[in-house]
Design a protein around this ligand. Structure first.
Ligand code: COA
Ligand code: MG
Length: 291
């Protein structure tokens, strides 16, 4: 299932864990990384483990856990603490390449056996643009692991990794390097046959800005977006759900091609096979969301 919205919830916050369940997010990402202070990590692991155990029905909302980067000594302890809760998946920050996904997959295989969790059931979402080497490896993910469910990108950690004072230009737009990261994430995910997920919109009070950015991401081919505040979830869900007009238009496009021509006219415009492919994609997403 494509996840339209993945809401990050600090793993050590009882209030936010409680609130996340009613947010309507397709998935929660219980965070053990950046939103948890170092001295709270043990408590957060225990709370996340407890939350997973007491929320076994994932039919309405998946539960994922962001662990610490594999390059730190926290990552294995995170995995060892939470695998017994059978998360739907882990979010892997600061992924350098598919080698990190493969390594995390091996750790998970051992832990799944230890905990009696179905082998291969814990999926992986890679945050794959947060380090300098990662930018050269976005093409490495195809076929790396059946656990890989998606790839997302981040501009904040990448700026820190590159030694940038800011990732914005004078007009407040992302600099080229970060727009490149976004495009490579999109193409890398599609090349690997997994979900491309757009990054956070940090200004969580600006709902119009979020709506515009979400729509732009949906138009570009992203299938969902990260949320950091419950108020962002309905806006994101709507942007990644084909509207009634889009579904009706897609049906008309498919009808127009029904006679078998490779190029057709509709409303005074030429349509060819990419339009048909796009129309099928809209109906496919709409159908999946209805199920
Ligand atoms: N998940 C679940 N609940 C959340 C939430 C989140 N990410 N963010 C806010 N809430 C809850 C708050 O606890 C509050 O509920 P309460 O009154 O019952 O306590 C309600 O939503 C309204 O929150 P608000 O007061 O508007 O925001 P805040 O000042 O409490 O929190 C942030 C602002 C940015 C600190 C918070 O949204 C947050 O922690 N986001 C996630 C950060 C994160 O995980 N970052 C790492 C990934 S990039
Ligand atoms: Mg980060």
């Amino acid at each position: 299932m494509d996840l339209r919205s993945m809401l990050f919830v600090p793993g050590d916050s009882e209030r936010k864990l409680a609130k996340g369940a009613s947010s309507g997010a397709d998935a929660l990402v219980l965070d053990l990384e950046d939103s948890v202070p170092a001295d709270r990590i043990e408590a957060a692991r225990a709370m996340v483990r407890e939350y997973l155990g007491s929320h076994r029905d994932r039919s309405r909302q998946q539960l994922w856990v962001r662990i610490n980067p594999l390059s730190t000594d926290k990552a294995l302890a995170d995995l060892a603490a939470i695998t017994a809760g059978a998360p739907d998946g882990i979010v892997l920050p600061k992924t350098n390449s598919s080698a990190d996904v493969i390594a995390a997959g091996h750790y998970l295989s051992a832990l799944e056996v230890r905990e009696g969790v179905p082998r291969g059931s814990v999926r992986i979402f890679a945050i794959a643009t947060e380090t300098a080497p990662a930018l050269f490896a976005l093409g490495s993910f195809a076929g790396c692991s059946p656990r890989l469910a998606g790839i997302t990108w981040g501009a904040e950690d990448l700026a820190a990794a590159l030694g940038a004072a800011t990732n914005r230009d004078d007009k407040g737009e992302l600099e080229f390097t970060y727009r490149l990261a976004r495009s490579l994430c999109l193409a890398g995910a599609v090349a690997a046959g997994v979900q491309p997920l757009d990054t956070v919109f940090v200004d969580f009070r600006d709902s119009e800005g979020l709506r515009a950015e979400s729509r732009a991401a949906a138009r570009a081919g992203f299938t969902g977006k990260i949320a950091i505040h419950p108020d962002q979830v309905p806006i994101i869900n709507q942007a990644f759900t084909p509207s009634a007009e889009e579904v009706a238009h897609a049906r008309r496009v498919i009808e127009a091609f029904a006679a078998g021509a490779g190029t057709v006219a509709l409303d005074g415009k030429m349509l060819d096979l990419p339009h048909l492919k796009q129309a099928r994609r809209v109906l496919e997403i709409a159908g999946r969301l209805r199920d």
